[in-house]
Unconditional design. Structure first.
Length: 365
């Protein structure tokens, strides 16, 4: 069985990180390759190549949003048994390519978010309903995502199934902490970590604002790149907390950073799942998340949630936990137990079973 995963790029993000973790595990059982529309080099791409994953890149003129990508997809539609697509616009281009060029590949897709701009307009909703029809399975990373897709696509059928994201929990539990000296932090400083792309979905701004309500020995460390990175740097400067912020860009040593941190934050406007929240919990660290659907399901404990966008509430949550060693230990233990529900072995097993079911159905037909 030949399986091709398709995604826009391998720049930092939750969906991209998921592929870095799961594709090598899938490749132990099936033939797995990856196609990116934008082949810009990145740490994630280097990691997958190191793991022996074949990566194809289109690099079409005009970028990932140019419909010309559809025509570059023709040969892949005909070469693979299963094509698993992630994120817009890849989902559009693969669906249209399948319609135009037929081919024997069965299409599946993973929906990673509870919301996007296409949900807000009648005409884009109608287009989405057409685009998603060729997908034999629409994998939803949480119950919240499934509910959102059922409403958006106006359908409730067996094609919509929940497959929660997963991570290598053992990797995060046993990673060696990175030296704080490399981050210009002391052992007495409170190290708050947020790992997330700087995009409209995320709300790093809230954590930066929260620093103004926390003591001077509280530091926020941000991992990730994106369009809003400079905006957040400017905000930190405007609020006079630049010296208490560390912007590290893209990193491949995430498990080691989590093990070094005191506490994690995932501040978002909306979220389908929140992979970095699971990473933090797997490292036995408390995670404070925005009280939005997807994130609250992952952490499973309202004590770890704060009202979305409320920096005062976030600061109070962080300091309350850090000031109480018993509460910190109790929440750390809880988080480790919760993280084990999202082990990558389970995720990979579920995906492979769904792929094989499609091949069996095709053979039977």
């Amino acid at each position: 069985m030949k399986i091709l995963h398709v995604i826009n790029s391998l720049l930092i993000g939750g969906a991209e990180k998921l592929l870095v973790d799961e594709l090598p595990m899938m490749a132990q059982q099936e033939h797995i390759e990856l196609l990116v529309l934008d082949g810009t080099n990145s740490p994630f791409m280097g990691e997958l190549r190191k793991q022996g994953i074949t990566i194809h890149a289109i690099n079409a003129w005009g970028g990932i949003y140019n419909p010309i990508n559809i025509f570059y997809l023709k040969k892949y539609i005909k070469q693979f048994d299963i094509i698993h697509v992630h994120l817009f616009p890849s989902q559009y281009w693969v669906s249209i390519a399948k319609f135009l060029f037929r081919g024997g590949a069965q299409l599946v897709t993973t929906e990673h978010s509870t919301s996007n701009k296409r949900f807000n307009h009648t005409w884009t909703t109608w287009i989405d309903r057409c685009i998603y029809k060729p997908y034999q399975y629409i994998f939803c990373i949480s119950d919240g995502v499934k509910k959102a897709m059922e409403t958006h696509l106006h359908r409730q059928d067996e094609a919509l199934v929940v497959v929660p994201n997963g991570i290598d929990t053992e990797l995060y539990a046993t990673a060696k902490p990175i030296s704080r000296d490399l981050l210009h932090l002391s052992g007495k400083d409170i190290f708050i970590l947020q790992v997330a792309r700087f995009g409209e979905q995320k709300d790093q701004d809230c954590l930066i604002r929260a620093l103004t309500y926390l003591p001077d020995d509280y530091f926020a460390v941000f991992v990730g790149d994106g369009d809003r990175l400079q905006v957040c740097k400017n905000l930190a400067k405007q609020l006079n907390v630049s010296d208490r912020c560390r912007f590290l860009g893209s990193r491949t040593d995430i498990p080691h950073l989590w093990r070094s941190a005191d506490i994690g934050v995932l501040s978002s406007h909306w979220e389908g799942f929140g992979l970095s929240a699971v990473e933090c919990m797997a490292a036995s660290k408390p995670i404070i998340v925005s009280d939005v659907e997807g994130l609250r399901d992952v952490v499973g404990n309202r004590e770890l949630c704060f009202p979305q966008g409320d920096e005062k509430a976030l600061a109070k949550k962080i300091q309350t936990i850090m000031d109480d060693p018993n509460a910190y230990k109790s929440l750390s233990d809880y988080c480790l137990k919760q993280a084990k529900k999202f082990d990558m072995n389970t995720t990979v097993h579920q995906y492979l079973n769904y792929y094989r079911s499609l091949i069996r159905m095709e053979t039977h037909d």
